[in-house]
Ligand binder design. Structure first.
Ligand SMILES: Nc1ncnc2c1ncn2[C@@H]1O[C@H](COP(=O)(O)OS(=O)(=O)O)[C@@H](OP(=O)(O)O)[C@H]1O
Ligand SMILES: Nc1ncnc2c1ncn2[C@@H]1O[C@H](COP(=O)(O)OP(=O)(O)O)[C@@H](O)[C@H]1O
Length: 213
């Protein structure tokens, strides 16, 4: 079964149960957004290991927090300590990881938060399915475009070295595929200064009326 089939099957499994009925509640997303003073949205950072996803998302979260925006940062390494601690790096496990994170991100944006997610999320189809989970305009795909050679040079955790030595299997970019986004909402040059990239992201959020000018 392909990764797209696995994700579709997992996403559809509950909606196929006729005994589970959606319950609409009185307090709506719009009401929660009014309290926050901004829209809920998911900023979906994708890129190779070492491309700068966590650094950029972290610095952007600090900048947003500073101006009173309610945020939450979902980070690949951290989520794999809890919610996805049972998962590894096979295609099937990555599909399930992204499905779980997509559902969590959806709930958090429904709560009115700006969610910053920093996962390699290497497959186009999985990112597309997360996009489809969210209301129109609330999924912003951010491609952190850093050449493999630069990521490998940075190698802050020594993982590329281990992958090249054959000590880690299925390592993205080395022995497992990374499919770059074709039409991301935002295309960041991961070799620029993090402060410049944060400024670029704040412009995007203002331009899309997610936060106030
Ligand atoms: N085989 C393999 N391939 C890629 N990455 C690996 C692997 N093994 C461990 N790591 C570490 O796990 C982090 C990536 O986890 P993600 O949850 O973002 O991956 S995925 O989206 O499910 O593909 C990734 O973190 P980042 O470097 O922050 O991207 C790595 O530190
Ligand atoms: N724009 C950048 N320019 C130079 N170095 C960076 C930049 N962004 C991140 N780094 C460095 O690259 C390494 C990997 O960054 P990290 O944010 O952990 O990437 P990822 O979350 O994609 O694995 C870290 O040592 C970080 O300090």
């Amino acid at each position: 079964m392909t990764d797209i089939n696995l994700l579709q099957q997992a996403t559809e499994s509950n909606s196929a149960n006729p005994d589970i009925v959606w319950h609409e509640h009185a307090v709506r997303r719009e009401d929660r957004e009014k309290l926050h003073g901004h829209q809920g949205a998911v900023l979906w950072f994708t890129g190779l290991s070492g491309s700068g996803k966590s650094s950029i998302a972290g610095a952007l979260e600090q900048a947003l927090h500073h101006i009173g925006v309610s945020t939450y940062l979902l980070d690949g390494d951290n989520v794999r300590h809890g919610l996805s601690r049972d998962l590894g790096f096979s295609d099937g496990d990555r599909v399930e990881n992204i499905r779980r994170v997509g559902e969590v991100a959806k709930l958090m944006q429904d709560a009115g938060l700006i969610v910053l997610s920093a996962f390699i999320s290497p497959h186009r189809h999985e990112r597309q399915l997360v996009r489809e989970l969210l209301p129109e305009g609330r999924f912003i795909e951010v491609f952190v475009d850093t050449p493999l050679a630069v990521c490998e040079q940075r190698d802050p955790k020594g993982l590329y070295k281990k992958a090249r030595a054959g000590e880690i299997k299925n390592f993205t970019g080395i022995s497992s595929a990374y499919e770059a986004p074709e039409q991301p909402e935002v295309h960041l040059n991961g070799e620029q200064l993090v402060t410049n990239l944060v400024a670029q992201m704040l412009d995007v959020l203002r331009h899309n009326a997610i936060i106030k000018p």
